[in-house]
Design a protein around this ligand. Structure first.
Ligand code: HAM
Length: 463
């Protein structure tokens, strides 16, 4: 059997509906905030990420999926969405339009990381960017939009952490302070950090290997090196956040893993009882990136959320999300003449705007009733040759079990009157087993479905 690559996943069935639900919530929030949808390529020239995200970042150094295309060009599967959006902004001369440009996107990103719960090699992000505003209000509003999205999806216990990396002058003096702090202890640092000290000392603060060392804990704090303008700007962001009644904590250790940030940086975390908190999303201001990529000076701010982590959190917290009941009618038939009529009628019904399905596998009438139940069809349309010749069908409300014979020409009006739009069913997420087929457990506890291919793991052998 050919299996999926490590760090990727198939999303189908009920879970796919949860993903759709999340995207619908995001779409509606983005509409309220007046963002427009944007799509950019999944692969771009490698140079975009080297220049944009930065050669000294772990993402570019160790995690990109690089390849040469058949024309020997260096290409990279995008590890994040911001660089592509900025490339598109410059290439399509969006800077000549009415600024700011507010865009949002969904997409798969690719990072060669060590896969574990919540860390994929193919991950899906939702992202939003405001290009062409340096106003602190844009920073606060973006943080507010991100918080509202998580809340609307149904997540509780989220925490906003903010920091400021200041302007170039502030970062230069902070870099100097970091070098002075770390240089005498260079032998204590990991090999990567030894290199980082010369190339980009801020990255040392992001190091996962050295994070628990004493030397890290005593490192100088960025906040103390902000110059007057940067400090005032950070104060303004906080003032607007207070006005928007968004709770936040200042965390001077947030430097973010990408090199393009300046001023405001922020992360949104899920506070968990048992495990360490999980980064649900993060972002910040990147006032120099458009210029670095050869566009005109354009201050920007952005944010991205990991959708895989949102779904994982919904499962962990056993949060119910409303999922729309999809099927409005199911047509049942017995003989070939009725089947032909079902073919015609299903098309008419769909074109009139109702969802409709019918039988394709030769089931008996009894089994078709069961199939309609499994599909949770609201209405059943029962065909028989005699009725069809009389211009009639029987329609049955599958909930109340009431049925009536109606004129076919009246069917669409009937559906219009009786099918209600907003019919939601509460859905509790099943917990998937992420064992990839190698686990030794039986997953028969309630609500826990082992999706691996080993029958015995799924508990099926015992049934
Ligand atoms: P990031 O912090 O690298 O920022 O990623 C944003 C979010 O993507 C993370 O907080 C996390 O939820 C999710 N994520 C990252 N890596 C993985 C992974 N391997 N598996 C699952 N989820 C993951 C950015 O990507 C920036 N482009 C954000 C931004 C937009 N800054 C400005 N504009």
């Amino acid at each position: 059997m050919i299996t999926k690559p490590k760090g990727t996943k198939d999303i189908y069935g009920k879970k796919a509906k949860v993903w759709k639900y999340i995207e619908e919530v995001i779409d509606s929030v983005m509409e309220k905030y007046n963002y427009n949808y944007i799509r950019t390529p999944i692969f771009e020239s490698s140079e975009l990420f080297h220049r944009g995200i930065g050669d000294s970042s772990d993402i570019v150094k160790k995690e990109t999926y690089d390849f040469k295309d058949r024309g020997e060009r260096n290409m990279t599967l995008r590890p994040e969405g911001t660089a592509g959006v900025v490339r598109s902004f410059i290439e399509n001369k969006m800077y000549g339009e009415n600024l700011p440009i507010k865009v949002y996107y969904y997409g798969t990103m690719y990072r060669y990381e060590r896969p574990q719960a919540g860390r994929e090699r193919e991950l899906t992000q939702f992202g939003m960017e405001i290009l062409g505003s340096d106003d602190a209000l844009a920073d606060a509003e973006m943080i507010g939009a991100a918080v509202n999205i998580y809340k609307m999806i149904g997540l509780k216990n989220i925490k906003v952490m903010i920091n400021s990396l200041g302007d170039k002058e502030s970062r230069d003096s902070y870099r100097k302070a970091l070098v002075e702090h770390f240089k005498p202890h260079i032998t204590d640092l990991c090999e990567d950090c030894k290199e980082r000290i010369n190339k980009n000392p801020l990255r040392i603060l992001d190091c996962k290997v050295d994070s628990d060392k004493e030397i890290m804990k005593n490192a100088p704090s960025m906040i103390d090196y902000l110059n007057k303008e940067s400090k005032e700007r950070f104060e303004k962001v906080k003032e607007y956040l207070d006005l928007l009644e968004i709770e936040y904590e200042v965390d001077p250790t947030i430097v973010r893993g990408l090199d393009y940030y300046s001023h405001t940086v922020f992360e949104i975390k899920m506070v968990r009882e048992k495990d360490a908190s999980l980064a649900l999303g993060g972002g910040g201001r990147y006032n120099d990136l458009v210029e670095i990529l050869e566009g005109p000076t354009t201050p920007c701010i952005g944010f991205a959320a990991g959708l895989d982590r949102i779904v994982m959190t919904l499962e962990e917290e056993e949060i119910k999300v409303p999922i729309k009941e999809e099927l409005e009618c199911f047509i049942l038939y017995v003989n070939e003449e009725e089947k032909k009529y079902a073919t015609y009628l299903s098309q008419e019904i769909r074109m009139a705007g109702f969802s409709c399905d019918t039988e394709y596998t030769g089931r008996s009438l009894k089994a078709q009733f069961k199939q309609a139940d499994r599909l949770k069809s609201k209405f059943l349309i029962l065909l028989n040759s005699e009725d069809i010749n009389n211009g009639q069908v029987t329609i049955k409300n599958n909930k109340t079990k009431e049925e009536e014979k109606i004129e076919i020409e009246y069917l669409l009006y009937y559906l219009d009157e009786h099918v209600q739009d907003e019919d939601y069913l509460e859905y509790n997420m099943d917990k998937d087993c992420d064992c990839d087929g190698n686990c030794k457990h039986s997953h028969k506890e309630e609500g826990h479905t082992c999706t691996c291919h080993k029958k015995e793991n799924r508990g099926e052998d015992n049934e």
